[in-house]
Design a binder for this molecule. Structure first.
Ligand code: FAD
Length: 372
């Protein structure tokens, strides 16, 4: 049997890779939309400190973080060296000692069933600043050694390269579904129809694909702007991810590059412009936390669209009453963390293998409305 993956962000790239690794005949199709979430993403892999209480969501992101070292090892064995992943740790900042105590408590509690969190250490403001010199004075922190950062572009490319090495085909184009009544029979792309089992990982752009089947897919696009800065003559390659008390963050890659973001803009459609307001929002918060970035070079702005499904909970599995189609979507703000793992799960589902997560907990029915 043939498998067609539509959408090659982190989710589709991982799905295609895992299918190909297991010997399946796979074609991966992508339209290269500007604003692909994976291309713009910051790259923080540190789900354990989140205060969100949704257990299904936590199980997914926790599984995602845990899966990374194994996946990176697999890719290395496939000859992929530039995966963009590094376990650099994270510091979660606060000026309030009580809040920091609570954070330590939460991290230690979560470590009971997530040893991959690693060492949890309380740092003084002086120690905190040593880890990330541009910071303002006065921020204490909790350091979590198991946190990582990943370059979404590099990881996606490694997955696609490795998938090709295992025999997958990549097609650039705008795909639509071929169907016969309630059965999806394949994919139409570049004037051709390719028959086979379809896996749809099309992120924020998923809606129009299901419309011809009379299905309204409830995915929304949240615009996110983010900036890349550069500090000259500074080795930032091992600096930890920084999580301030607000909803912003900073992380570093090698070569002096610092990423700061991001905005959360609902209902603006697929408008992929960086805006003055967006930049103001990011810089206002980033420079307050890290005034040492004041004189850094602004090297790049990126814009991406986070895909959200209802309840901010990702979905994956079969679409009710439709044969031949599997869908995964809604990775939202944590898809670089969960995407590689969910792709592996989706591949298992397609091949009839047992999954670790229960698809009933991430029911696609929650994200669709049938239009009569
Ligand atoms: P996408 O990466 O958007 O990929 C979907 C792909 O499908 C696109 O390439 C599109 O062109 C293609 N497609 C759609 N329709 C069609 C069609 N009809 N035919 C062919 N191709 C099609 N997550 C974290 O874990 N940590 C972070 O630090 C983090 N930071 C982020 C920062 C920003 C600014 C943004 C935007 C996101 C961030 N995320 C982060 C979230 C993460 O990036 C996303 O959840 C994840 O990348 C979604 O992946 P995806 O594969 O589902 O979608």
């Amino acid at each position: 049997e043939k498998y067609m993956v539509i959408g090659a962000g982190i989710l589709g790239a991982s799905t295609g890779y895992h299918l190909a690794k297991k010997g399946a005949d796979v074609t991966i199709i992508d339209r290269n939309d500007p604003g692909q979430a994976t291309e713009a993403a910051a790259g923080i892999v540190c789900p354990w400190l989140s205060q969100r209480r949704n257990k299904k969501w936590y199980r997914l992101v926790k599984g995602g973080a845990k899966y990374y070292p194994e996946l990176i090892q697999m890719l290395k064995e496939d000859g992929e060296q530039e995966t963009g992943y590094r376990r650099v740790g994270a510091i979660s900042l606060h000026t309030d000692d009580k809040k920091l105590d609570q954070m330590v408590e939460r991290a230690l509690k979560r470590r009971e069933d997530a040893p991959e969190i690693g060492e949890v250490t309380r740092l003084t403001p002086e120690e905190t600043k040593k880890h990330f010199p541009p910071l303002a004075d006065g921020y204490g922190s909790v350091h979590v050694s198991g946190a990582a950062r990943v370059d979404g572009r590099a990881l996606k490319e490694s997955l696609l390269n490795a998938a090709r090495k295992s025999g997958a085909t990549f097609v650039q184009g705008d795909a639509s579904l071929a169907f016969d009544n309630n059965e999806v029979t394949g994919v139409k792309v570049n004037g051709k129809t390719i028959r086979g089992q379809v896996l749809m990982t099309t992120g924020a752009w998923a809606k129009p694909l299901l419309e011809p089947l009379g299905i309204e897919f409830l995915v929304s696009a949240q615009k996110a702007q983010i900036v890349h800065l550069e500090l000259t003559n500074t080795d930032t390659s091992k600096w930890p991810v920084v999580m301030p008390p607000n909803n912003q963050y900073m992380l570093s890659f090698g070569g002096g590059r610092i990423v700061a973001g991001a905005t959360h803009e609902d209902d603006v459609g697929f408008d992929n412009r960086p805006t003055a307001g967006g930049m103001h929002y990011i810089f206002d918060k980033a420079l307050e936390i890290a005034p040492g970035l004041y004189d850094s070079t602004l090297v790049e702005t990126r814009v991406g669209f986070r895909p959200f499904t209802p309840g901010f909970l990702p979905v994956f599995g079969e679409v009710p009453n439709i044969d031949g189609l599997l869908v995964a979507n809604g990775l939202g703000a944590s898809g670089l963390t969960s995407g590689p793992y969910l792709g592996a799960e989706l591949a298992r589902l397609a091949l009839g293998e047992e999954t670790e997560l229960d698809p009933a907990d991430y029911d696609v029915a929650e994200a669709i409305r049938t239009v009569e």
